[in-house]
Design a protein around this ligand. Structure first.
Ligand SMILES: Cc1ncc(COP(=O)(O)O)c(C=O)c1O
Length: 410
């Protein structure tokens, strides 16, 4: 499997120094993810240098291979994986990647294969029966059971404690159970995705402290503060990452210390949101309505589920430049469904027309990862922007002149 074009093909689309250059060259009639390695790298460095512990990447947020590669090259070699497919994806790329299977509910087959084939021995649990399942499928060999605690996620855009997580009482019983079965014990939580308040981490670490205090004889070998660190979108500024790291430091300082204990985080959104934009094309204009080639069943579902707003700008690389004041346009996606419409209008130049492009920024998190094939539309073309060698991946796509521009290789 390869998602990289050969050197000859690579020279065909050229090196895309910037997004406008890519549009001028490819004139894509299909949505194109513009991956910006420099931005991904600096997000990774901010975490690696600022977080008081080790950084895992939550692969579910954007499983694109080039994203994983860029983060790995920037110093992140641990990964939170949610399925056997994600285990295989990362293990296939990097033999030395450390995988943490942090989905609290796994099939027996997934546990067994992750353990026996890929050597994964760190698992999330939030129920006593899951502990027994892992114990059985790893044939009693010592593993690390990361007991997931429920936390208050009410401030976050997505509550990740409504479905998973154990009460303090159940968590301490599971810590005892896992310990008595001969496994290592860790504690773990997720404050909810797109968390606007660093205090959520102080509070969650207070729950960790209480769990440790309830079973003081059980060594806690790892504490994972999860994800939840926010992306910066077009909807009010979030506190800087440093404030979140400071809250984690404060919370950790209240815990009984233990030599060798690992401190982990597993961000998705804050690592990748800023690292990709999406270029879409206007296929029809009806007054103040624009019909584009991506929508809520593709890359833009978080405009509905999370009420997220992304910055957008219009691009017209040839002919008369775009003009006019910026007006609100209702944006319809490509499927036949009337609900395939962005909940908020985009502000775009008054004379935008069919054939123009729109760059929608900060789209790296939960975009391609959530896209469906509804009506046959699946956004999957990816280009790299910047000085790194050009890689183009994605579907067979026909440009406006009817020429096949690229083919699926991945
Ligand atoms: C177990 C787990 N870890 C990490 C993440 C990443 O969270 P975020 O993207 O908010 O950083 C998620 C998101 O769903 C998750 O479920």
């Amino acid at each position: 499997m390869s998602d990289i074009f050969s050197t000859r093909r690579r020279s065909a689309p050229g090196r895309f120094a910037d997004v406008d250059g890519m549009v001028a060259r490819l004139k894509p009639s299909y949505p194109v993810y513009c991956l910006k390695p420099a931005k991904l790298t600096s997000a990774a460095r901010r975490f690696v240098e600022g977080f008081p512990g080790e950084v895992l990447y939550a692969v579910k947020c954007n499983p694109e291979r080039t994203v994983i590669r860029t983060l790995y090259e920037a110093g992140i070699s641990g990964f939170d994986v949610a399925s056997l497919v994600e285990v295989a994806l990362v293990a296939d790329l990097y033999e030395d990647a450390e995988l943490h299977f942090h989905h609290p509910v796994k099939s027996r087959a997934a546990i067994a294969n992750a353990y026996r084939v890929y050597g994964v021995d760190r698992f999330a649990v939030d129920h006593a029966d899951e502990v027994l399942k892992i114990h059985a499928e790893t044939r009693g060999k010592p593993a690390t059971m990361m007991v997931r605690l429920t936390t208050d996620s009410s401030r976050s855009t997505y509550d990740l404690s409504a479905k998973f997580g154990a009460t303090l009482t159940d968590a301490t019983a599971m810590m005892r159970q896992a310990h008595d079965l001969g496994h290592g014990v860790g504690l773990y939580f997720h404050v909810g995705s797109q968390c606007p308040d660093p205090v959520a981490y102080d509070e969650a670490l207070e729950t960790v402290r209480q769990a440790m205090a309830a079973v003081p004889d059980i060594p806690v070998t790892a504490i994972d503060v999860g994800g939840g660190f926010p992306g910066q979108y077009d909807m009010g500024e979030m506190p800087p990452l440093q404030d979140y790291f400071a809250a984690v430091r404060r919370g950790l300082a209240t815990l009984p210390q233990q030599p060798g204990r690992r401190i982990l985080c597993e961000p998705g959104r804050a690592l990748v949101a800023d690292g990709l934009s999406l270029v879409v094309q206007v296929h029809l204009r009806k007054g103040d309505r624009l019909y584009i080639n991506d929508g809520i069943y593709g890359s833009l579902s978080e405009t509905v589920t999370g009420h997220l707003r992304f910055p957008a700008r219009a691009i017209r690389p040839v002919g008369q430049p775009l003009a006019g004041e910026r007006l609100p346009f209702t944006i319809f996606g490509p499927t036949c469904d009337s609900t395939d419409v962005l909940p908020e209008p985009l502000l775009l130049p008054a004379d935008i027309r069919e054939g123009d492009w729109i760059e929608i920024d900060t789209i790296g998190a939960y975009s391609n990862a959530l896209a469906t094939r509804f009506n046959g539309f699946l956004p999957e073309a990816v280009v790299e922007i910047g000085d790194a060698p050009v890689r183009v991946t994605g579907q067979v796509a026909i440009d406006t002149a009817g020429t096949a521009r690229q083919r699926t290789l991945s």
